[in-house]
Design a protein around this ligand. Sequence first.
Ligand SMILES: *[C@@H]1O[C@H](CO)[C@@H](O)[C@H](O)[C@H]1NC(C)=O
Length: 448
Amino acid sequence: MDNRSSVRTLKPPILADGFLFSGVTAVILLLFWALYSVVGPTRLPSSPHFAKPLSSHSFTPSLAFAPSSTNSNTCADLRHDPPSATFYDDPLLTYTVGRPVGNWNEKRREWMEQHPSFKPGAAWRVLVVSGSQPQPCQSPIGDHLLLRFFKNKVDYCRIHGMDIYYNTALLHPKMFTFWAKIPLVRAAMVAHPECEWIWWVDSDAIFTDMEFELPLRKYAAHHLVVHGWRHLVYEKKSSTSLNAGVFLIRNSQWSMEFLDVWASLGPQSPEYDRWGKTLKSEFKDKIFPESDDQSALIYLLLRQGDRWGDKIYLESDYYFQGYWVEIVGRLQNTSNRYLEMERRTPALRRRRAEKVAEAYGAARGGKLEAEGWRAGREGWRRPFITHFTGCQPCNGKHNELYSEEECRKGMQEALNFADDQVLRHYGFAHRDLLASADVKPLSFDFPA
Ligand SMILES: *[C@@H]1O[C@H](CO)[C@@H](O)[C@H](O)[C@H]1NC(C)=O
């Protein structure tokens, strides 16, 4: 049965005539992004998703995590594609938004039956998806920064056995900037039926805890995970109550339908202008008049909560993505505290192959939990993802709230903070978080 007909696209309610809104500039648009998350709660709950306490030298990953993480491609048969028909052979099934796929769960399941070597670990398999513009960056150091941001994602994926797809083509000519990820994620779902989750990570977001693993078991009943706060969505109705720059979406029928509805508020829709006005009037703190993906997502939560709300998880227990301004000033101290932990915990500083790094990440997770380290602004756990909202590394047109110096310094520190965790497995560390080009060899049993 094709349940295509159950998918509606949205039409914006008609606004009163004479609705006025002021003109917009790129600067104001940037301001919007910049304001995100300064409104976050001051206190974060202790995290329920960490591993059991470290028991001496035994590194059994906690049940809170996916078993052996998502590193489950090892035994998959990459040369087996039987001739029997799959959804790929259906000419009506497209990679693009606007034409919903029906029965996607069954189609994925059938594909999996025909490719059984992908079954082990399938429930935990995640594809990271990111991307940037097709043209060279306008800022002279933009492409260099994007390379380092990309390298960071590759590092995280290699350590955790995840695949990554980085795209530089605009898949829908009208779905520009922040809308471009929706057709990309939609295509990735079809391209990767073996993956349970697609994890969108903005190009200007970096992994600043290379050990932390997504608590996927916690999201078992959900299909979309974004960083946000319920009370800001439902009570404050704020356009910055969640951030759409990083999200985890299940490769499911629900997501197929949700992406179509979400996209229907986008610039390829004939209703785009009217959506802009609707969202502007819905969110008092929305500064610019265009419909944007983030406000659109919040709008769907508010206005179609019955249909979508119970499958959307708003994460705020840890930095699923965090605003860089509240993070970068604390990285040096965080680094010092982790080194101090390793000085008193020989098991954590033992040299090891990078391939088994997850075992040590799980062990540290247990110790952090046992010692009561907290995530977020109040605690000293490494922030999982630091998002350089408003810094615009590629075009360099950073938000007026910050100086170019603050952005550049922040990005260097965060990139080197993350890189130190990688270089550790190669026997080196940066001399200083700002010394991108200056590394030192690590002594045996560092940092004892
Ligand atoms: C970092 O640690 C130093 C020394 O303990 C302290 O003086 C400083 O206030 C800390 N910085 C932050 C941002 O907490």
